[in-house]
Write a protein that binds this ligand. Structure first.
Ligand code: ADP
Ligand code: MG
Length: 275
C-alpha cells in the first residue's frame, strides 16, 4: 500500500443515504474553495454523474472517465476536465461505473485503485508543469457503502459527512462510522473524520432546529458550525450546469458554502499545527 501524499488533501464526501447533499456539497464546496484560492479537483465516483453534470460537463465531453481510471485503462491526468470556475477541475463519471465492482472483484488491489491513481497523478504533476498542482481533492461518493465508496475512503485523508436536517438524520450514521473504522483498521490507518455538515436546514420548520440540536448533542465538535440552508437557488443551479456560487453568489446557499470552505480551511490549519 502506497503512503498518501501530504498534498493535496483528499476528502471523501460520503453517506450511504441518497439525497442528503453529497453531490451538492462536492460541487459547491469545491467552488467555494477554488474561489478563495485553492486548486481543487472534484472526483465523481457516482455512476449517476450528477457532480459532472452540475459542473457543466455534458455526457459527450466525458471521453475519459473515472471508470477508465479505476479500471486501470487510463490516468487521472487524462480524465481531468476544466470547469467554468477558475482553479476547479472535475474527473467525470459515466454509467460504466455501475459495472466496475464486478469487473475488478477478483483483483487484489481493487480497494486501492483510486489511491494509486491519485498518487500517480501527484508524481506526474511534480514533473509536468501542464498539470494542476491540486491543494484539495473532493471525492463525491455514490449512495452506498460499495467498492466505489471503499476506494474513496482508502484514498482519503478524511471523510466529510453531509447529514440532511430531517427526522431520521442520525439513522445510518453508526453504520457509516463503523465502515470508516473498518477501513481505517484494514486499508487506511490515516483516515479521520473531518466533520459532519448539516444540510437543507429549514428555518420555518421547528423540526430542523430539533435535528440540529440533537446532532450537535450526539456528535459534538465533529459537526461544523456552518449549517447549509434549504435554498431553491441551490437546487436550480445544476440544471444550468453551474455551481450556485456562479448562478447566484448572493443567495444564502452560496454564502453558507463560502463559510463552510473557510471553516474547513481553519480546521485543516489546526490539524497541521497539531501534527
Ligand atoms: P446526494 O448526492 O447525497 O444524493 P444531492 O446533493 O444530489 O444529494 O441532493 C439531493 C437533492 O436535494 C438534489 O435535488 C439537490 O438539488 C437538492 N438539494 C441539496 N442541497 C440543497 C439545498 N441546500 N437547498 C435546496 N435543495 C438542495
Ligand atoms: Mg450524489
Amino acid at each position: 500500500m502506497s503512503v498518501l501524499p501530504r498534498s493535496p488533501r483528499v476528502l471523501a464526501l460520503a453517506n450511504q443515504k441518497g439525497g442528503v447533499g453529497k453531490t451538492t456539497t462536492a460541487i459547491n464546496l469545491g467552488t467555494a474553495l477554488a474561489a478563495i484560492g485553492e486548486r481543487v479537483l472534484v472526483v465523481d465516483l457516482d455512476p449517476q454523474g450528477n457532480a459532472s453534470t452540475g459542473l457543466g460537463i455534458d455526457r459527450s465531453q466525458r471521453e475519459i472517465s473515472t471508470y477508465d481510471v479505476l479500471y486501470g485503462d487510463d490516468t487521472l491526468a487524462h480524465a481531468l476536465c476544466e470547469t467554468a470556475v477558475p482553479r476547479l477541475w472535475v474527473a467525470p463519471s459515466t454509467l460504466d461505473l455501475l459495472g466496475l465492482e464486478l469487473e475488478i472483484a477478483d483483483a487484489p488491489d481493487r480497494a486501492f485503485r483510486l489511491r494509486k491513481a491519485i498518487s500517480d497523478y501527484v508524481a506526474a504533476a511534480r514533473e509536468r508543469s501542464d498539470l494542476p498542482d491540486f491543494s484539495y481533492v473532493l471525492v463525491d461518493c455514490p449512495p452506498s457503502l460499495n467498492l466505489l465508496t471503499i476506494n474513496a475512503l482508502s484514498a482519503s485523508h478524511s471523510i466529510l459527512v453531509p447529514l440532511q436536517c430531517e427526522f431520521f438524520a442520525l439513522e445510518g450514521l453508526s453504520q457509516l462510522l463503523s465502515t470508516v473504522e473498518q477501513v481505517k483498521n484494514a486499508l487506511n490507518p490515516e483516515l479521520t473524520i473531518h466533520g459532519i455538515v448539516l444540510t437543507m436546514y429549514d428555518s420555518r420548520n421547528n423540526l430542523s432546529d430539533q435535528v440540529v440540536a440533537d446532532v450537535r448533542e450526539t456528535m459534538g465538535d465533529t459537526v461544523y458550525e456552518t449549517v447549509i440552508p434549504r435554498n431553491v437557488r441551490v437546487s436550480e443551479a445544476p440544471s444550468y450546469g453551474k455551481p450556485v456560487l456562479l448562478y447566484d453568489l448572493k443567495c444564502s446557499g452560496s454564502q453558507s458554502y463560502l463559510r463552510l470552505a473557510s471553516e474547513i480551511i481553519q480546521r485543516e490549519r489546526r490539524l497541521r499545527e497539531a501534527a
